[in-house]
Every structure is written in structure tokens, then in C-alpha cells.
Design a protein around this ligand. Structure first.
Ligand code: ADP
Length: 268
């Protein structure tokens, strides 16, 4: 029918249009599928602490559970979990929609790493792994948002501590071509090779039931990846079961204008 009504030379154009409509419909299906997955994951994550809270409250109400500080602590723990989940989700949705303001500025990495170690040192127990910084004083500055870099590091160091029963955690930084790399290396339980590609997916956790006791939400790395990408960087992980994991991310090195100008002048 097309041929009867449409001039011959416009048919390729119509086919192209039909193609792009099909592609759009296909993309929208993908978006819809991801939305459904997200709602499913969310429901699951919210239901678990809610069920626990509900159980305790019912028991307390009908007298089958004696009120005790232990029970209240457990209730508080589940509530904290819900609060973390909601906060993390809010951050994630802002990050994914690109609403997280990123203020790029010159950032000195070494003082930032030292401050992070300082921050965590208050929480360290005697048996906790030790935290070390390995970063040259001469490291070039990065062009990044210091608060967002700190947020990523808090996630990575928090994980390293959570999944490293003993040993050491090293915060390392170095420069490579136009990038500064920052790595958090631990000597913890490690991640299986088949799990490694999934760690940056939201809600993903290895051995879900076991890790749930560690208090994780499975969102931290998804947020971290988005934050690094918003700063024009990349993030990757390497791990060996029983040996430990390394999470590293890159940031652009600050290109100082005077240098640029002088190099242009040199060329003239
Ligand atoms: P969570 O809040 O559960 O830690 P993340 O997104 O930060 O969520 O991490 C996702 C999963 O990746 C964790 O549940 C854990 O299974 C695994 N993981 C992350 N960091 C490490 C690490 N340093 N060592 C071992 N496993 C890790």
C-alpha cells in the first residue's frame, strides 16, 4: 500500500522512521523492565526489616515476648536498617537522574585519604584491620568534587572493613597519564569471579542472606559508580576469594591553565 500512495524516493525515509520507532519501543520496554525489577527488589528489601519489627511488636503486645533492652535494641537495629535503605535509595535515585550537584574543583588527594582514615579510626575496634595510606606527597591534584570523592571512599572503606575480619586495608593513590587513581585494598574474604561483574549493580549482594547480617543494603557500590562517572572517572574491582579485594577509581588530573598557556607559547 505504501508504494501506491508514497512517492518512491520517500520510502527509504519512511523505513528509517519505522526502524527508529521500533528501536524506541524496544528501549522503553527495557526502561519498564528495569523499573519493575527495581520495585521488586525494593519490596523485598523493605519487607524483611518490616517483618521482623512487626513480629516483635505483636509479641510484645500479646505478652509472648518479654520487653527487654535486647528486644528494643533489635527493634532499633531494624529501624536503622530501614532508615539507611531509604537514605541510600534517595541518593541513588538522585545520582541516577543526574540531580546530584557536582562541584568540580582542584582536589589534593593525600590529605583527603588521611582525613578518611582519621574518620574511621574512632570506629575501629582492637580486632579491626589496620588502615594505612600510601600516597606520594607529589601526587598531582585531581579535578573533582571533594565531598563526592569522600562519599565514594567512605563506601569503599566501609565495605573493606565490613568484609575484612582481620588484616589490613590500604588506601593507595597514584597518577597514570591524565588520571589520578585511588584504590582501597583489603585482605578480606574476597569476591568470587562469577560475582565480581555484579557488585556495582544496585541491590546486588553476594550470598544475600549471610550478608544481610552485615547490615549492608547493596546500594553503596551502585551509588559510588554513579558518583565517579559524574566526575568523569571510572571504577573497577579486582578480587580473589580468601585473599582480598581491590576497588579502584580514577579521576581526571587538574590541567593547570598557566602550564597550558606556557606550553602553547613554547610552541610558537
Ligand atoms: P552493601 O551495602 O551490601 O555492602 P554494596 O553495594 O556496597 O552494598 O556492595 C555490594 C556487595 O558487594 C556486598 O553486599 C558484598 O557482597 C560485595 N562487596 C562489596 N565490597 C566488598 C569487599 N571489600 N569485600 C568483599 N565483598 C564486597
Amino acid at each position: 500500500h505504501l508504494q501506491e500512495r508514497v512517492p518512491e524516493n520517500e520510502i527509504p525515509e519512511l523505513n528509517r522512521l519505522a526502524d527508529s520507532f521500533n528501536r524506541m519501543a524496544h528501549d522503553l520496554e527495557g526502561v519498564e523492565q528495569r523499573r519493575r525489577d527495581l520495585v521488586g527488589d525494593l519490596t523485598h528489601e523493605l519487607r524483611t526489616p518490616l517483618t521482623v519489627i512487626e513480629g516483635y511488636l505483636e509479641g510484645l503486645a500479646d505478652g509472648t515476648i518479654e520487653p527487654s533492652s535486647d528486644i528494643y535494641q533489635r527493634l532499633a537495629k531494624e529501624t536503622v536498617r530501614l532508615r539507611r535503605l531509604v537514605n541510600d535509595l534517595q541518593e541513588l535515585s538522585k545520582a541516577e537522574a543526574g540531580y546530584l550537584p557536582i562541584q568540580l574543583q582542584p582536589v589534593q588527594i593525600r590529605p583527603l585519604l588521611v582525613a578518611i582514615v582519621q574518620k574511621f579510626s574512632d570506629q575501629l575496634l582492637e580486632e579491626s584491620p589496620t588502615l594505612k595510606v600510601d600516597c606520594p606527597d607529589t601526587l598531582p591534584q585531581a579535578l573533582a568534587d571533594p565531598e563526592r570523592v569522600e562519599q565514594v571512599l567512605i563506601n569503599l572503606v566501609g565495605n573493606a572493613l565490613r568484609y575484612t575480619p582481620e588484616g589490613s586495608i590500604t588506601l593507595r593513590a597514584w597518577a597514570e597519564q591524565e588520571r589520578v587513581w585511588i584504590a582501597v585494598e583489603d585482605t578480606g574474604k574476597g569476591i568470587a569471579a562469577e560475582d565480581l561483574p555484579h557488585v556495582f549493580e544496585r541491590f546486588w549482594r553476594s550470598d544475600r542472606s549471610r550478608d544481610r547480617h552485615s547490615g549492608g543494603t547493596g546500594i553503596g557500590l551502585a551509588i559510588s559508580r554513579r558518583l565517579v562517572e559524574l566526575q568523569k572517572g571510572t571504577i573497577e574491582a579486582e578480587s580473589e576469594v580468601g585473599q582480598g579485594s581491590t576497588f579502584r577509581f580514577s579521576l581526571p588530573i587538574l590541567v593547570e591553565r598557566p602550564k597550558l598557556l606556557s606550553s602553547l607559547r613554547d610552541r610558537e
